[in-house]
Design a protein around this ligand. Structure first.
Ligand SMILES: *[C@@H]1O[C@H](CO)[C@@H](O)[C@H](O)[C@H]1NC(C)=O
Ligand SMILES: *[C@@H]1O[C@H](CO)[C@@H](O)[C@H](O)[C@H]1NC(C)=O
Ligand SMILES: *[C@@H]1O[C@H](CO)[C@@H](O)[C@H](O)[C@H]1NC(C)=O
Ligand SMILES: *[C@@H]1O[C@H](CO)[C@@H](O)[C@H](O)[C@H]1NC(C)=O
Ligand SMILES: *[C@@H]1O[C@H](CO)[C@@H](O)[C@H](O)[C@H]1NC(C)=O
Ligand SMILES: *[C@@H]1O[C@H](CO)[C@@H](O)[C@H](O)[C@H]1NC(C)=O
Ligand SMILES: *[C@@H]1O[C@H](CO)[C@@H](O)[C@H](O)[C@H]1NC(C)=O
Ligand SMILES: *[C@@H]1O[C@H](CO)[C@@H](O)[C@H](O)[C@H]1NC(C)=O
Ligand SMILES: *[C@@H]1O[C@H](CO)[C@@H](O)[C@H](O)[C@H]1NC(C)=O
Length: 363
């Protein structure tokens, strides 16, 4: 009898051990990075072995014809992007990202409002992706801002998916991947994304879980890309939770990791914690600063570094300069979070800001 109980106990222990190892070995399917040539990094300089997907940013939407085009200054590097990054990693997939923070959201709104302009957008995007060998397309409309625009986004996604599937069938190619970069939450200032249409038509969404605090819109220091924020609703976790509660599967969610931070000028050099008073941006006009520059700043100024595990953010300060950003501890905590929640993966904005591939290789 005692032996039987012991044996059952052993079996149970082995089961626990198995659970432990399965969790420990859990992988994400998407480890993506945006490449933005203005960073100065050449496509040939990307360590593509560190990524499953690379997004080439950005193609434009013509405000008259609604066709997707590559800006002439980027024609050469974009057209050879896939070939270039596949030299180091033949299995890396590439997506052409359309729009971005610098594009006019009204162009997207008017494109999405008419069947004919949606048609121009859709057919030109597919031809462009195919002619340059991209594996997919990424819609970066920042942001659809009223309920009509959200409904039109849903219609656009339905028609885009139908066109992509029919193109794949008629050419016998693998269907292009379709993704979209979206607000950190399903709820964009009380306007709701069309989750069902997203779920039915996109392979995944890239959640921009950053820019929560910056000197342009916050007079106090703050964790620019907090994973948690007990004092406030704005955090990566609250956004992911909202998207899942709206009905989207975790397996269609890719969490954004910023490879940059924001610098403020402290009002009082001795008050240098989170949520400390400031009197404006430091270092650059909007305070934004890439990770490799942050490391140089820390080295040159012997800045003090702090990791706050409650909010999951790093910051550093020297004199009256205070910089909030994600260093390796924040990135690895977020990667573990993505695995623990069963998300499809994570992406970096943007790979040119990394320092010697440190953050890109943080698992
Ligand atoms: C690229 O990443 C791989 C995998 O981490 C590493 O072995 C290699 O040294 C990196 N190459 C460069 C040039 O950083
Ligand atoms: C949009 O397309 C029209 C017609 O082809 C062209 O004349 C115009 O220059 C394009 N606009 C931009 C901003 O490229
Ligand atoms: C939504 O925005 C568009 C402009 O893109 C505007 O024409 C329309 O009237 C707005 N609709 C609502 C319901 O506010
Ligand atoms: C809208 O355009 C698509 C092609 O992009 C077409 O298949 C569809 O029938 C059109 N729908 C309407 C209502 O015009
Ligand atoms: C979005 O999805 C819902 C639910 O499947 C569907 O009823 C609706 O027609 C879709 N919207 C558009 C604009 O296609
Ligand atoms: C930064 O704030 C301090 C007060 O703490 C002020 O004396 C200084 O002029 C400010 N610097 C800039 C560049 O705004
Ligand atoms: C750098 O700062 C630390 C405290 O943060 C101090 O102990 C050290 O002496 C400083 N080093 C230099 C070279 O200023
Ligand atoms: C981290 O930040 C939170 C929120 O501001 C604060 O309450 C907490 O004390 C900080 N933790 C540490 C260890 O400084
Ligand atoms: C860059 O990282 C590699 C390991 O990935 C390391 O061997 C090398 O020393 C690093 N270079 C610099 C300049 O930090």
């Amino acid at each position: 009898m005692a032996c039987k109980i012991f044996s059952a106990f052993l079996t149970f222990l082995l089961f626990l051990l198995h659970l432990h190892f399965s969790a420990g070995l859990q992988q994400t399917d998407v480890q993506a990075g945006y490449w933005f040539p203005a960073s100065g990094l050449l496509a040939s300089g990307i360590n593509s072995t560190l990524f499953t997907h690379l997004l080439c940013a950005f193609a434009d939407v013509n405000s008259t014809t609604y066709q997707v085009t590559i800006p002439s200054s980027n024609q050469a590097p974009f057209s050879s992007f896939t070939q270039t990054v596949q030299k180091k990693n033949p299995s890396v997939k590439t997506l052409l990202s359309i729009g971005g923070g610098g594009a006019n959201p009204e162009t997207f709104a008017s494109m999405a409002s008419q069947n004919s302009s949606r048609g121009s957008f859709i057919s030109s995007s597919i031809s462009l992706a195919r002619s340059y060998g991209f594996s997919g397309l990424d819609l970066d409309w920042e942001y659809p801002s009223n309920s009509t625009q959200m409904t039109n986004l849903g219609t656009l996604l339905n028609e885009w998916r139908a066109a992509v599937d029919s193109e794949a069938e008629s050419t016998n190619n693998k269907a292009l991947l379709l993704s979209a970069a979206v607000f950190y939450s399903w709820n964009y200032y009380s306007v709701l994304y069309p989750t069902q249409n997203i779920s039915n038509n996109l392979d995944w969404i890239n959640i921009m879980a950053y820019d929560f605090y910056g000197p342009g819109w916050s007079s106090v220091t703050g964790p620019p890309a907090a994973l948690y924020n007990p004092g406030n609703q704005v955090s990566g976790d609250s956004g992911i939770t909202a998207w899942i509660q709206s009905g989207l599967s975790a397996k269609q969610i890719v969490l954004g990791l910023p490879f940059y931070g924001y610098a403020w000028n402290l009002t009082n050099a001795n008050n240098h914690g989170l949520f400390a008073p400031t009197n404006g941006a430091a270092i650059s006009s909007d305070g934004s600063i890439g990770y490799s520059e942050i490391l140089s700043y820390i080295k040159q100024n012997n800045a003090t570094k702090v990791f706050n595990a409650t909010v999951v953010s790093d910051y550093c300060y020297s004199g009256t300069t205070w910089i909030g950003y994600d260093d390796t501890q924040s990135i690895s905590t977020k990667v573990s979070y993505a695995k623990g929640k069963g998300l499809l993966g994570y992406f970096a904005w943007q790979v040119g800001d990394d320092s010697n591939w440190t953050l890109s290789s943080t698992g």
